[in-house]
Design a protein around this ligand. Structure first.
Ligand code: PGA
Length: 250
């Protein structure tokens, strides 16, 4: 049961289209021929349009950071699955903690977005993770189980085949604090357990669960050596081509 790791960059609200172009110019050379792992870069919406041609024919896939669940309509400021697919996007991050924290996303909207992405054929990277108070109160298991259960609600194993989950403890995002490999492994086991309940053991055994939260070139190797960790979702350290390439090559 070997799961190919996924190294995914989440650029958040950084980089103009020109800066994105420069990134790919340098990054693609650095990771040329790397096929041990899957590489995904998720730029902001505006930078997608230059990132897709820049990465075309390379070993790097392009993802969006968000998507709306409706096909089209009067939803000012939103982007649909078909718009992403039309320009060549293959992946999409869903339910990142910043979207939950600052933009009112809930377990229910995460579920709607997941269903829409799978229906459209986008590969979803669904984020779950506890905040510090929840960890300190011993609620990590409950939170991860609840977020996963609700995200997977009424999704079939067949439909969910491409699903990727990212475990991102909120207290580790952008703080320089990293979960220890053991903490991540324990959390991943809980998520995998919920996936087994929702989709069956075989599905759960194949599900890729990434770790996210202050992943850097210095800690990538240790984290990626943990067998429960199937890759990383990287924020800050993915903005620099050398740094993200070092993480990819951990
Ligand atoms: P970070 O962000 O690597 O800057 O901690 C990770 C994320 O939010 O996906």
């Amino acid at each position: 049961m070997s799961r190919k790791k996924v190294l995914a960059a989440n650029w958040k609200m950084y980089k103009t289209p020109d800066q994105a172009r420069h990134f790919f110019h340098d990054f693609l050379t650095l990771v040329h021929g790397h096929d041990r792992d899957e590489i995904v870069v998720c730029p902001n919406y505006l930078a997608l349009d230059v990132s897709i041609p820049a990465a075309k024919g390379s070993n790097v896939a392009i993802g969006a950071q968000n998507v709306h669940w409706e096909k089209e309509g009067a939803f000012t400021g939103e982007i649909s699955t078909s718009m992403l697919l039309a320009i060549g996007v293959t992946h999409v991050i869903i339910g990142h903690s910043e979207r939950r924290q600052y933009f009112g996303e809930t377990d229910d909207t995460v579920n709607l977005k997941l269903k829409a992405a799978l229906e459209a054929g986008l590969i979803p990277i669904v984020c779950v993770g506890e905040v510090l108070e929840e960890r300190e109160a011993g609620l990590t298991d409950d939170v991860l189980r609840r977020q996963s259960l609700r995200a997977f609600h009424k999704v079939s194993a067949k439909k969910a085949a491409s699903l990727i989950v990212a475990y991102e403890p909120v207290w580790a995002i952008g703080t320089g604090k990293t979960a220890t490999p053991q903490m991540a492994a324990d959390a991943h086991a809980i998520i995998r357990g919920q996936a087994a309940e929702s989709f069956g053991q075989e599905f759960a055994d194949q599900l890729r669960i990434l770790y996210g939260g202050s992943v850097k070139p210095e800690n990538a190797h240790t984290l990626m050596s943990e067998k429960e960790i199937d890759g990383a979702l990287v924020g800050g350290a993915s903005l620099d081509p050398k740094s993200f390439a070092a993480i990819v090559k951990y």
